[in-house]
Design a protein around this ligand. Structure first.
Ligand SMILES: Cc1ncc(COP(=O)(O)O)c(C=O)c1O
Length: 406
């Protein structure tokens, strides 16, 4: 498929016949304390896209820059779209949907990008993929590596949830837990790739991490009977998932398959709000520290912040900030009232929906999709303060009755 790159910041165009990361002119030209610069937009040939509108049906693979090999070996996507009966009744939103991307092979949305980066590596005959991750991108890339036979080198903050690290080790990645933050792991992984070669899959840095995620929008378009949501809630750390979701709808729009873009609401924790703050103030600075307990969205210097801010404006939406307490409440609500157990970062999107509904920013008759990006089982510690398993009960009816009825 024909595609090219365009720098999100300076607008310079680049041919896409070799692997590119950020715009070489803008990469690292940001001043200290500014959001990272030089993200590349991948522009698929518009004539090709318009041709898709004539087809009876479209699939995510029709929109991908590289052919996805052996999809059956790593079956990513086609995740459930839940119509949550009890949450609809409770909220009064009868057209509320939950897209459960925790049902991907490694348990998160990140499988989507990892599959495309694996396709990119196979396309160029490269066998090593290096990355930094807060946990999920790493376990997804490790999972893709196991499925496709690629070597994965993974830099993660040592504080990442243990199950995400264990999972990555199990899949066979070389896991390097760093005694520092994700932002430092990010820089180290770039240095390592420069020295030892291979592909770098850092989120936002490799434009395929944005492109790979757009499959969700094509799926939603199909799931909703070739229509789009009015409003969609996306949890945001680096801003790459958000940018990928936007890009999927943008490509559908360029193809002429949808008449407008949905409003894509960027949800952040008040304790990791670099993108929300930049969107509100227009000041594209980083924040000093990100301390949210929703580890996957804890980012001080977002890798795709500038692009995400542009896309929030282009989709006519807004950024919503939620407290960590509201995130925990949303996590428990999704589990107990929709049977959907997600990790805190994913629950942030639902907390954003709750906050906007309460504030009257959305209306009850709208078609609303909440994107649930990761499964809860990866991080049981996150709920250990909120729930616990009762102590053992003696094996007789009296004790059972005492336990259940007193
Ligand atoms: C489960 C989950 N949700 C949301 C996000 C946020 O995505 P991004 O950092 O691209 O904004 C991540 C990122 O790691 C994640 O793992």
């Amino acid at each position: 498929m024909q595609f090219q790159y365009v720098c999100n910041d300076c607008g310079k165009e680049y041919k896409a016949d070799e692997i590119m990361y950020r715009c070489p002119e803008c990469n690292r030209t940001e001043k200290p304390g500014e959001m990272q610069k030089g993200n590349l937009r991948t522009l698929i040939d518009p004539v090709y896209l318009k041709g898709l509108a004539k087809r009876e049906s479209v699939a995510p693979s029709d929109f991908m820059p590289y052919p996805i090999p052996h999809t059956a070996t790593y079956p990513v996507g086609n995740t459930p779209l839940i119509g949550p009966k009890r949450l609809r009744e409770k909220s009064g939103c009868s057209d509320l949907w939950l897209k459960n991307d925790g049902m991907n092979p490694s348990g998160s949305f990140k499988d989507r990008a990892s599959q495309l980066v694996a396709a990119q590596a196979l396309h160029f005959g490269i066998s090593t993929v290096t990355l930094a991750s807060t946990g999920n991108a790493g376990s997804a890339m490790a999972c893709a590596g196991a499925a496709y036979g690629l070597d994965i080198v993974l830099f993660v903050p040592h504080t990442a949830p243990e199950n995400k690290l264990l999972q990555s080790v199990l899949y066979g990645a070389k896991v390097v837990p760093i005694e520092d933050t994700y932002d430092t792991a990010f820089s180290l992984s770039l240095e390592y790739t420069e020295k030892y070669g291979g592909i770098n899959r850092n989120t936002g840095y490799n434009p395929m991490t944005i492109e790979g995620k757009k499959s969700i929008s094509i799926e939603l378009f199909n799931d909703l009977g070739r229509s789009i949501p009015d409003v969609m809630y996306v949890p945001v750390g680096d801003g790459v998932i958000y940018s990928g979701v936007y890009k999927g709808f943008y490509d559908l729009y360029v193809a002429g398959l949808i008449p407008k873009l949905p409003k894509l609401v960027a949800v952040q924790s008040t304790k990791s709000n670099a993108i929300a703050t930049a969107w509100k103030t227009g000041d594209l600075s980083t924040i000093d520290t990100a301390t949210t307990t929703a580890d996957s969205i804890s980012v001080a210097s977002p890798a795709c912040g500038r692009m995400a801010v542009d896309y929030i404006n282009d989709s006519g939406a807004w950024a919503t900030e939620v407290t960590d307490e509201a995130i925990t409440t949303a996590q428990l609500e999704l589990a107990a009232e929709a049977g959907t157990f997600v990790e805190p970062a994913a629950a942030a999107a639902y907390a954003g929906f709750n906050a906007d509904l309460a504030a009257g920013r959305i209306s009850r008759d709208q078609k609303i999709v909440v994107l649930l990006t990761g499964i809860g089982f990866k991080d049981m510690k996150a709920v250990s303060n909120a729930v616990s398993v009762p102590a053992a009960v003696q094996a007789n009816m009296e004790a059972v009755e005492e336990f259940l009825h007193s």
